[in-house]
Write a protein that binds this ligand. Structure first.
Ligand SMILES: *[C@@H]1O[C@H](CO)[C@@H](O)[C@H](O)[C@H]1NC(C)=O
Ligand SMILES: *[C@@H]1O[C@H](CO)[C@@H](O)[C@H](O)[C@H]1NC(C)=O
Ligand SMILES: *[C@@H]1O[C@H](CO)[C@@H](O)[C@H](O)[C@H]1NC(C)=O
Ligand SMILES: *[C@@H]1O[C@H](CO)[C@@H](O)[C@H](O)[C@H]1NC(C)=O
Ligand SMILES: *[C@@H]1O[C@H](CO)[C@@H](O)[C@H](O)[C@H]1NC(C)=O
Length: 411
């Protein structure tokens, strides 16, 4: 028996207890399985529970609702199933805040740069897929222009927030956003990759969509700073962050690597490749990031080639409710990177197909196709939560990214 067929046999057995049998070459199968996993994700939907509308420990996991909605936005576009669209738009409206930038009053003192940007990604995605503008709620003070062109306006307002905070935060480390933007919050003296990568990605996506060089210049500036300070290494590994208080000045880098950090930079770099008309430097950065991700976050088990895993916490089953969701970001942005950077398509598809097959094989929990965390085991490992379902959904549906409508640029 080959090593691969042992995995296949486990998958086959698991299907008796209702694992999801995914055929990665069949669009109808992918859509069908994505629909089942989306239903599993929606078990956590509860508009009355939190502002973000997914059941979460309050208030620190508000960002995760933002990520879940982005998964369901891609689901809507990739599959054409509009089941969740009205709830999605309703939640986005309710979380916009008075400045049209996803800084809602309820999150005051809790919201960090990375929390905000995970909601802002919804606006950028909606902009790129041409979603109808949000109705301007009575609570919004945005100009009429912003209402008519809401998605781009939201992205731009958030970009402007990040520029202001960057300038304020530049007394240390030669630049860079802090994790928290509220001075009294824990984490104010930490600069991190998910925040700076989020700023980079926001700027890059606005640059590509609008053609406005101001955004492109900021994207380049944030990238250059991230490499100079060592958050992004010469061989494209992305480290978590570094302290900036008491003279630390970002010298003691926390070398933890998480899927969502590298994913955040990857998608920004893919946009910069396209924005620059196919610049070879950006292409080699994209290639380097994919290669680093592949070496760090795939194949924990030599018998399960190319299956994504969160190397910091999966092997000892210690991933918390935040961490189980990180693979969703890597899959989401690998899928779209394969479209923006065609030379990466074959490599990325191999990673996504193996991971999606593994993810689907984990969806055999509780006799109702609940998904698990460790996709390389070929079955359900007993851990389920919102992040787990989201990671499985994004990995499976990202197989549809290449056949989805193009990410639009403004004419
Ligand atoms: C991989 O498969 C071989 C049998 O082909 C087995 O001996 C080995 O223990 C497996 N490795 C892991 C990490 O499961
Ligand atoms: C699956 O079963 C679990 C455990 O009973 C439950 O919490 C969850 O809501 C169920 N999921 C679906 C999609 O019905
Ligand atoms: C802090 O780091 C920045 C960027 O590396 C550097 O330009 C600056 O000189 C450093 N400041 C101190 C006080 O070491
Ligand atoms: C480009 O974007 C910047 C930042 O939002 C803005 O200030 C500037 O007016 C824009 N330029 C054009 C030509 O739209
Ligand atoms: C960038 O994206 C646009 C729109 O999808 C596409 O027409 C163009 O060919 C892309 N450019 C490069 C260099 O791939």
């Amino acid at each position: 028996m080959t090593k691969i067929s042992i995995i296949a046999a486990v998958v086959g057995f698991a299907s008796i207890v209702s694992a999801l049998d995914l055929n990665v070459d069949d669009q109808a199968s992918i859509k069908d399985i994505a629909a089942k996993v989306a239903k599993g994700l929606y078990v956590y939907h509860d508009p009355s529970s939190t502002a973000g509308q997914f059941k979460q420990p309050q208030p620190w996991f508000w960002w995760l609702s933002g990520s879940a909605w982005n998964g369901l936005m891609d689901y809507t576009v990739y599959t054409g199933d509009t089941t969740y669209k009205a709830d999605l738009l309703d939640s986005l409206s309710k979380n916009l805040g008075p400045n049209f930038d996803f800084v809602p009053p309820e999150q005051k003192n809790y919201e960090a740069n990375d929390d905000q940007v995970y909601w802002v990604y919804n606006a950028l995605t909606a902009m790129e897929y041409g979603f109808e503008a949000l109705p301007c709620a009575a609570s919004t003070t945005g100009a009429a222009d912003d209402c008519a062109n809401s998605w781009q306006a939201i992205g731009t307002h958030a970009f402007e927030d990040f520029v202001t905070r960057w300038n304020k935060d530049s007394a240390t480390c030669g630049g860079g956003l802090k994790w928290q933007y509220t001075e009294t919050a824990d984490g104010y003296y930490y600069k991190n990759s998910v925040s700076n990568g989020g700023f980079f990605q926001t700027a890059a996506r606005l640059a590509r969509h609008t053609g406005n060089q101001t955004f492109g210049d900021w994207a380049t500036k944030v990238w250059d700073w991230s490499t100079s300070v060592g958050f992004v290494s010469a061989d494209f590994h992305v480290f978590d962050g570094a302290g900036d208080d008491k003279g630390a000045n970002c010298t003691g880098i926390n070398q933890d690597e998480w899927t969502y950090n590298i994913a955040t930079y990857l998608h920004g770099a893919a946009h910069m490749y396209n924005f620059t008309g196919g610049d070879a430097t950006w292409e080699s950065r994209v290639q380097g990031l994919v290669k680093a991700a592949q070496s760090k976050f795939f194949t924990p088990d030599p018998n399960a080639t190319n299956i994504m895993f969160e190397q910091k916490c999966e092997p000892d089953s210690s991933c918390n409710i935040d961490q189980t969701s990180f693979k969703a970001s890597l899959s989401r942005w690998l899928g779209k990177t394969a479209v923006l950077v065609p030379s990466m398509k074959t490599d990325i598809e191999a990673l996504l197909q193996a991971s999606a097959t593994g993810a689907a094989s984990s969806c055999s929990g509780y006799d109702n196709s609940t998904c698990g965390v460790q996709w390389y085991t070929g079955g359900f490992d007993g851990q389920s939560d919102l992040g787990v379902e989201l990671s499985a959904l994004e990995t499976i549906q990202s197989l549809l990214a290449s056949s989805a409508p193009q990410l639009a640029v403004k004419s």
